[in-house]
Design a protein around this ligand. Sequence first.
Ligand code: GRG
Length: 298
Amino acid sequence: MNFETQYNQKKEWVESNLESFLPTLDVKSQTLYDAMLYSLNAGGKRIRPILLLATNEFCGGDTENAMPFACAIEYIHTYSLIHDDLPAMDDDDYRRGKPSNHKIYGEAAAILAGDGLLNSAMEMICHDIYHHMGDFKNIKNKILAAREIFTASGCKGMIGGQMADIEAEGKRVSKEHLEYIHMNKTTALIMASVRAGAFLGGAGEALLKNLTLFSKNIGLAFQITDDILDICGDEKLLGKSLGSDIKHEKTTYPSLYGIEASKEKVKALHEESYQILDRYEGTDFLKALLKRLMDRGF
Ligand code: GRG
């Protein structure tokens, strides 16, 4: 099976499960449900759940066993985008080529839809853990994966990074400060996708260490690429307006190092990631996924 077919198969698996994990709500909360579903179905690339499933598979795990975690991470990612688009944050009218959540449902519903998705992610993972109580080894791996995801999306990860990012607006921050923002705002959840997949698949310490470095590199490269694309990407392909970083006077990789040096950094991070994967058999899909991330836009 070629990469495209495998990628689409995983994407379809995730998408066919996303709605089924949403809570059944009373009709009085219909707007909340519709707003959550609108953004879940707005057409994301599903990179994080696919990374989680692919890593889990590579480490010897079962896909069905990992599915609630893959969907939980997409719920959390989707909530972060809904909140990030709000006027109080990045104030974006478009996401994934469609009107942002608050443009359709209003700000209050968009805030609650984000909150609802985050809570639903916790619910589905608790529910899954409870249903596997008898299987000690699997439960231990599931708890490690859950801790990974919720730490990375929390105050010592994505939320902390977002706060630092907002506070840095209008200021020129140091290289260390920018690294902190990138590592927490975006990289943490990408690392968690890989590390949670590794835990679920039962990876040993040495493999986990290598996959951690692999994921750190791709996470950082992902954000630097995003910084570059915000300057010279294709609005139609990206499905959002460009120039958001300049509008918010943000320090970015290109603003500190220049575009060419930023592109070189992305290349170097990807090459190091490729070399890590190349030490192992059975990494063809992950390598092709890495190439897909590398080819994103420039
Ligand atoms: C609101 C707590 C909170 C956090 C927001 C994710 C985030 C933190 C901010 C988004 C800013 C941003 C656009 C960062 C660039 C990296 C990124 C998350 C891009 C979007 O991810 P993709 O390309 O999106 O995987 P799709 O649409 O494919 O799901």
